[in-house]
Design a protein around this ligand. Sequence first.
Ligand SMILES: [Zn+2]
Length: 376
Amino acid sequence: MERKRISTTELRKQNRNQVFRIIYDAEGPLTKQEIAKRLHMSLPTVTQNLKELFDENILTDAGADESTGGRKARLITLNKNVYFSVGIELSPKHIRFIAINLKAEELAYEKLEYPFSNTPEYRMVYAKKLEEFLDRFGFSRERLLGVGITMPGIINEQEGIVEIAPVLQLHHMKLSLLTEVIPYPVYVQNDASAGGVAEWWNYDGPSAMAYVFLGKGVGGALMIDGKPFEGLNRRSAEFGHMCIHPGGKLCNCGRQGCFESYCSSSVLSDDLGMDIKDFFQRLEEKDPYIMGVWNQYVSHLVTAIHNIHMVLDCEIVIGGILTPYLEDHMPMIRKKLQEKSFFPDEERYIHLGRCQGKANCIGVALHFIAEFLEQI
Ligand SMILES: [Zn+2]
């Protein structure tokens, strides 16, 4: 008896989730009849589930279907802004805030110049700025699913600590210090893992993907079935500290020849006393010096990407602030990758991410969106 009751409840939940998912994933609004047909579900079952989802304000009307003659069918769509989540990125010099809706679309974004410090004052600043952010954009706290915090450090959830975050000069810091200042559900995640999650959301390729982040730091995540593969000590996918030139350039980590020391975005900006936009402008103008720097950069990038691909044999998504500029250079990069490989047709595995510099923020905010979608 007990068993049967559980399975009926489970079945109901499954039906409800299926009805929701088909509307969530659909390109445009759907009619009740279309939903029943696509799911091979009875019309009364679909009607009942739609009623519940409408009552909870998760779905909304999208007018009438004009395509069919005669009686117009009601069109149903997701009420995508009914809930939202926030991502906060703490980096050495900036604090970023993003709010995203149930479809992971950006609702608001703000970047604040404020240096990181391991002090109560700093934590009060981002907590206060969060409230101001919510007020400024008129967000209702009741619709806030949660707040994600992401930072460049190794996060140990079990022990509740940030094990180490060299660029923030943190060692063994309690996560509660970061979260206790925020009066909403909070989740803390490593920045590269969060970026991987954000790019995975937009990705429709095979089940494994390496996300390579090119920013001031170079890092990434190895995504398997939508989850970052963390490794034994949560140190997986530290692509930036793969040695590509033994005895080469000094890296931030203190060793020599790391991928990061050759392919940090600083190589194309700070190190030359210009910003990224100027760099690519001058490259377009065929400035010989800039062209030389760029050719070197690409050569190192191709070496590293090729190595990653030789080990993992999976799709590779490049993310970070350089992606909008890399677009025009992809045919050349693909060609160079092909030249390196001894397998034919091996250059198609590389793609550009879509979230650019916002990936980390979006990814950590997605934690609460994914959680919400799962429990529906
Ligand atoms: Zn290094």
